[in-house]
Design a protein around this ligand. Structure first.
Ligand code: XUL
Ligand code: CO
Length: 444
């Protein structure tokens, strides 16, 4: 008896299908840009939202109806593993992600917590032998337990710092054991509430030291997964240290860590930082730091991390544009760090939500691929910067200009001519592609 017996494996039925339990655009076998959609999109399910989350919010108790919720402790943890692998198969999703506390309950001591983890990890490992689903990344939850009230690797309390080290040590061991392709560090409570009680320099230095210890330990045990930092500007702390990609890069450079880390970019974290999703992806991409993606979306009317399933096709298109320009996600993936709304409390909603997210990114992939094939934006952008391919512009780019050269050029200029950036036209073209690509494969 399974948890989702009433639902067959989700199949691709095409854009006209009215079957709610079918993909309309995600056709895993279909090739786009020389790779199958499955290879391009590398979807992943977030264990915490889908199997552990109960729908509770600051105003109400958990209300999700999950067929495994009558169980408790290790029995509940085991039931969740069974449910997870069943759902992975039903959705044909190639990856999943988890925090340590998502998969196994914390014990009364660190040693007991680790024993619980070992038991569940060996169960997961067994399931993985006969499943197509692999581990995209795991991470340590260092924000939920009260001991992390002042942070973990940036805590003022050295005992907490040590405890955090022990958790990441275990996390790296699990990553190796389960073949995780990446290991994620999301800041959790690494940040501060007020400078009045904070030694900012010591906290940042300690964080840098902590990442070096993690790298050293990964090397020691032969774990070769990619290390990823997941930036977020605020929540839970008022000021998170890994604010956005740009500040994360400065941090990594300062502490001599840039060669060993990339970024896991989350759409809703980007918007909380006052950026678009595509801004963060672009910033990471042009610096060779785009590692993986937490695929969700925020709400423009709300100022917090709503972690909605991604359904905005404009956003998935511009995100896939960056990802394709990155040559794909490589060992990263599109992880649905997203939760169903509190009102969507039935277990079937988990399927509807993932189908919606997968189809939305499949559309984004197709449209972005066609935009790139047709050179729509590339041609416009190259033309817009063409002044840097000749004359004074070329001298600048080749490093042959100085202020004397610039001044000489400027003094000789007559009226300077600028051209329109054509933003509205470009947006209209993207709309045309969005509406037409699925209909006839492109624009004539
Ligand atoms: C929190 C968040 C985390 C990370 C993993 O906003 O995104 O779930 O993805 O710790
Ligand atoms: Co995330």
């Amino acid at each position: 008896m399974g948890y989702f017996d009433h639902i067959n494996t989700i199949q691709y039925e095409g854009a006209q299908s009215l079957n709610p339990f079918a993909f309309k655009h995600y056709n895993p076998e279909e090739k786009i840009g020389g790779k199958t959609m499955e290879e391009q999109l590398r979807f992943s399910i977030a264990y915490w939202h889908t199997f552990t989350g109960d729908g509770s919010d600051p105003f109400g108790a958990g209300n999700m109806q999950r067929p495994w919720d009558h169980l408790q402790g290790m029995d509940l943890a085991k039931a969740r593993v069974e449910a997870a692998f069943e759902l992975f198969e039903k959705l044909n999703v190639p990856y999943f992600c988890f925090h340590d506390v998502d998969i196994a309950p914390e014990g009364h001591s660190l040693a007991e917590t680790n024993r619980n983890l070992d038991e569940i990890v060996s169960m997961i490992k067994d399931y993985m032998k006969s499943s197509n689903t692999k581990l995209l990344w795991n991470t340590a939850n260092m924000f939920k337990h009260p001991r992390f009230v002042h942070g973990a690797a940036s805590s003022n309390n050295a005992d907490v710092y040590a405890y955090a080290g022990a958790k990441v040590k275990k996390g790296l061991e699990l990553a190796k054991e389960l073949g995780a392709e990446n290991y994620v560090f999301w800041g959790g409570r690494e940040g501060y509430e007020t400078l009045l009680n904070t030694d900012l320099k010591l906290e940042l230095d300690n964080l840098g030291r902590f990442y070096h210890m993690a790298l050293d330990y990964a090397k020691e045990i032969g774990y070769n997964g990619q290390f990823l930092i997941e930036p977020k500007p605020q929540e839970p702390t008022k000021h998170q240290y890994d604010f956005d990609v740009a500040s994360g890069m400065a941090f990594l450079q300062k502490y001599d860590l840039s060669d060993h880390f990339k970024f896991n970019i989350e759409a809703n974290h980007a918007t909380l930082a006052g950026h678009t999703f595509e801004h963060e992806l672009r910033y990471a991409r042009i610096n060779g730091m785009l590692g993986s993606v937490d695929a969700n979306q925020g709400d423009t009317l709300l100022g917090w991390d709503t972690d909605e399933f991604p359904t905005d096709l404009y956003s998935t298109t511009l995100a896939m544009y960056e990802i394709l320009k990155n040559g794909g996600l490589h060992q990263g993936g599109l992880n649905f760090d997203a939760k169903v709304r509190r009102g969507s409390f039935e277990a079937d909603d988990l399927l509807h939500a993932h189908i919606a997210g997968m189809d939305s990114f499949a559309v984004g992939l197709k449209v972005a691929h066609q935009l790139i094939e047709d050179g729509v934006l590339d041609d416009f952008v190259s033309e817009r910067y063409s002044s840097f391919t000749q004359g004074i512009g070329q001298q600048v780019v080749e490093g042959k200009a100085d202020f004397h050269v610039l001044e000489k050029h400027a003094l000789e200029l007559g009226t300077i001519e600028n051209h329109s950036g054509r933003q509205e036209w470009l947006k209209a073209v993207i709309n045309q592609y969005l509406l037409n690509v699925n209909a006839d494969g492109g624009l004539k």
